[in-house]
Design a protein around this ligand. Structure first.
Ligand SMILES: [Zn+2]
Ligand SMILES: [Zn+2]
Length: 310
């Protein structure tokens, strides 16, 4: 059983409207034992992208910590509430040192329980936007992204778990998908594309049909070894299932490799931005993890891991 959801967003995050009380009440209804709020804190989010996203992915941490602390006390008999953040790690040379300094100051000021380190932006752009994929194949765009994650894990220490390792496969653009299909001789995809009357055919097509972690195994191995060496955790993020990819992030092959390399620390989260998505597909993911050979997942308190039986 997975009884704790350790990745979720409330209306402190620019991309969520969900009220904290609603999340807590829903978690109790879903019989979770606990959860950790991990709202988005992405320092220096690219201006052009924040205009398109409707916000800059930062918030008042005083207000956040105070509100969640109050709710933690109010609901103490029915739900184990933890306070965390999902921080955006940046590898751009002009931003890296500023981010490390400011995140460290933030984490010294507040006794957070758990910090997810996610790579959302690189080259001063959010690769969610099509511009990132101009003139790139999907593999080129993903390799560049894995390089940024690799560098971030080396350079930053202010996080506990690496968020949604391969989530970018969700956002590969139509053009990059076609370039990859051509390079890989995937005539089925090219035929589908030729006959497609509407662009929505391409939504998540790369992730569903072309993506194979083996194509990135050199880079992924380096990342997994680094996670293990630094005593960090790897996150299992069930949003991939919610988006219809058919797998959680990262894909099962990567989890098998993580175990082969000696990886044991895993955290689990739905990445819900709405209360109804809390604990999304946790039962299926639990079975998958047991098949891979994991016996435990980990929850954090005061930035320290505690094992929970799957
Ligand atoms: Zn994220
Ligand atoms: Zn998230």
């Amino acid at each position: 059983m997975i009884n704790y959801d350790f990745h979720l967003h409330s209306d402190f995050s620019t991309d969520s409207d969900e009220k904290q009380e609603n999340i807590i009440e829903t978690a109790i209804e879903k019989r979770l034992k606990g959860l950790c709020f991990t709202d988005h804190m992405d320092l220096y989010f690219p201006l052009a992208c924040s205009k398109k996203s409707g916000g800059d992915f930062v918030f008042d941490v005083d207000e956040y910590y105070e509100l969640i602390s109050t709710l933690r006390y109010r609901y103490r008999d029915s739900l184990d509430i933890r306070i965390g953040l999902e921080i955006g790690l940046r590898d751009e040379p002009e931003l890296r040192d500023k981010c490390i300094k400011e995140y460290n100051e933030m984490l010294e000021k507040y006794p957070f329980d758990f910090i997810i380190g996610s790579t959302h932006c690189l080259e001063n752009i959010d690769p969610y936007w099509e511009e990132y994929w101009y003139e790139r194949t999907a593999e080129e765009g993903l390799n560049r992204y894995f390089d940024a994650i690799d560098k971030n894990i080396s350079d930053y220490d202010c996080f506990d778990s690496v968020g949604h390792l391969d989530y970018l496969v969700r956002y590969v653009s139509q053009e990059a998908t076609l370039r990859s299909a051509e390079r890989k001789g995937r005539t089925d995809i090219l035929t589908l594309a030729r006959n497609a009357e509407d662009k929505s055919v391409f939504k998540r097509l790369y992730g569903r049909e072309i993506y194979d972690p083996k194509d990135f195994s050199d880079r992924i191995d380096i990342i997994l070894k680094k996670i293990i060496d630094k005593g960090k955790a790897l996150e299992i993020n069930t949003a991939g299932l919610k988006y219809g990819l058919g797998f959680a992030h990262p894909q099962k092959e990567i989890l098998i490799r993580y175990r082969e390399l000696g990886g044991e620390l895993i955290t689990i989260g739905s990445d819900a931005h709405k209360a109804e998505h809390l604990a999304y597909d946790f039962n299926d993911v639990c079975e998958m993890l047991k098949c891979v050979g994991f016996k435990y997942y980990f929850i954090y308190k005061d930035r320290k891991p505690f094992a929970e039986r799957l």
